[in-house]
Design a protein around this ligand. Structure first.
Ligand SMILES: NC(=O)c1ccc[n+]([C@@H]2O[C@H](COP(=O)([O-])OP(=O)(O)OC[C@H]3O[C@@H](n4cnc5c(N)ncnc54)[C@H](OP(=O)(O)O)[C@@H]3O)[C@@H](O)[C@H]2O)c1
Length: 229
């Protein structure tokens, strides 16, 4: 459970920030925290000597930027693709740019980050993709989220395809479809809505799953939600 090198993408706020804090609270872990806002990450993770922060933007040059960051890391044990871009607009108002950015951050950027990380997982590793209940087949859907939720569904699909392609390796990939957790993104998606759990509580589950779930799961799309159905 200890001595892990863990990469968290989307680490500057919300669930990603809470994940970094959980992993870093074990001083034997080394946590690589990535987001666009380096200054903010340096500020919030200031007290942790085992957190290394890098600026990283899933919109631009993802493969080469990720390769450069991972170059200096001997081995990655866990990669959590937690960053997400929300577009919340009625369908006719969604622009080409909204679609491109949503799919770039939530799907293409994740796939390229994984391409860069895989060579650093020679001893095996667990990649956890953070999707949404909106991208989980058969779940309740919400108006305004067609760009966001379809991109999260694509992330689910990627998980199954990657796991198939790497099934002979020791690298496992799973996808967690989150229900509502109280974060700034949720407030943007559903203003005024009170989520049943905090970002920290959701991060607690994700961290435990990332550390142990690869013993039981591979290529699985798992709903993590208190809502029904
Ligand atoms: N909160 C919920 O209820 C909920 C429900 C279902 C699914 N999810 C999913 O859970 C994940 C975390 O959600 P959250 O609510 O904690 O979101 P959040 O508060 O909006 O945080 C998102 C994180 O992603 C980073 N990010 C955004 N765009 C990026 C980009 N282009 N490149 C690199 N990093 C980027 C942000 O950092 P910078 O701005 O510094 O780059 C931030 O650290 C997301 O994938 C979200 O879709 C959340």
């Amino acid at each position: 459970m200890s001595n892990k090198t863990i990469v968290v993408v989307g680490a500057s706020r919300g669930i990603g920030k809470a994940l970094v804090e959980i992993f870093a609270s074990n001083s034997e872990n080394r946590v690589i925290a990535l987001s666009r806002d380096l200054e903010k990450m340096e500020d919030i993770f200031n007290g942790y000597s085992n957190v290394i922060t890098f600026p990283f933007d899933l919109l631009h040059n993802v493969l080469s930027e990720a390769k450069t960051i991972f170059e200096g890391i001997e081995n990655i044990d866990i990669l959590i693709n937690n960053a997400g871009k929300l577009v919340n607009k009625p369908f006719p108002e969604i622009t080409h740019r909204d679609l491109m950015e949503c799919y770039q951050v939530n799907v293409i950027g994740v796939m390229e980050t994984v391409q860069a990380a895989v060579p650093k997982m020679n001893h095996g590793g667990h990649i956890v993709n953070i999707s949404s209940m909106g991208g989980f087949q058969g779940s309740v859907k919400f108006a305004g989220l067609s760009a966001y939720s379809t991109s999260k569904a694509a992330l689910c699909s990627f998980t199954e395809l990657f796991a198939e392609e790497y099934k002979e390796s020791n690298i496992k990939m799973n996808c967690l479809c989150l229900g509502a957790a109280q974060t700034e993104m949720l407030e943007e998606a559903f203003p005024g809505y009170q989520a049943p759990i905090s970002a920290e509580k959701m991060a607690e589950f994700i961290a435990n799953f990332a550390l142990t779930g690869d013993q039981w799961f591979n290529g699985k799309i798992i709903p993590v939600s208190l809502s029904t159905p």
